[in-house]
Design a protein around this ligand. Sequence first.
Ligand code: 5GP
Length: 189
Amino acid sequence: MEGKLVIFSAPSGAGKTSIIKYLLDKILSTEFSISATSRKPRENEKNGVDYYFMSVDSFKKKIRNNDFIEFEEVYANVFYGTLNSEVNRILKKNKTVILDMDVKGGLKIKSIFKEKALSIFVKPPSIESLDRRLAKRGLDSKKSIKERLEKSEFEFGFAEKFDIILENKDLDKTKSKAFRIVSEFVMGK
Ligand code: 5GP
C-alpha cells in the first residue's frame, strides 16, 4: 500500500476530535478513516460518517473474517477497529489517511506502516482538565466519564512512545501547530 497515514491518539476529552476536524477541513488531500465500533451512537453521530456502528456479534464476525488491520476492546465489551477496506479506500485515492484511535491501536498502526505513518499523542494539560471537558460536553453518562478518566491515566503512560506529543493548552494554537506538523509530513517525500 502506498500513501501516508497520520494517527491521533489521546485521552478522551483532550481535544483530539476538534483538531482532526480542523485538519480535514484545511488539508484537502486528507480523509478520515471511519472506524467500526460496537458502541451505541451518540445523539449527534451518524452511521458511516462518525463510525460504522454495529452489534458486538457483527464486530466479532468481522474479526473472524480478518477484516481489521487492528481492533481493541477499548472499554469492557466495547470494540473499536480499523477496517482494511477503509484504509485501502482512502489510499487508493492517493490521499493521506487520518486515524483517531486509542493508544494501543495507534502504536499498532505505527508499527505496521513505520515511516509512512506519523503518530501524534494529544496531551491535555492535566487529568482534571479532562474531567471538566467531559462533563461540559455532556455527551457521556457519569459512569462513562468515570471509565474514560480511569482509562486516561493509563493512556498518559504511552505518550512517550509516539512520534510527536502535542500539548493542548490552547485549542486554537494547538490546531495551528497540528496543521504545520501534518502539512509538512503530507508534503514531505
Ligand atoms: P469514542 O467512544 O469517544 O468515540 O472513542 C473511544 C476511544 O476509542 C477513543 O480513544 C478513540 O480514539 C478510540 N478509537 C476510535 N476508533 C478506533 C479504532 O479504529 N481503533 C482503536 N484501537 N481505537 C479506536
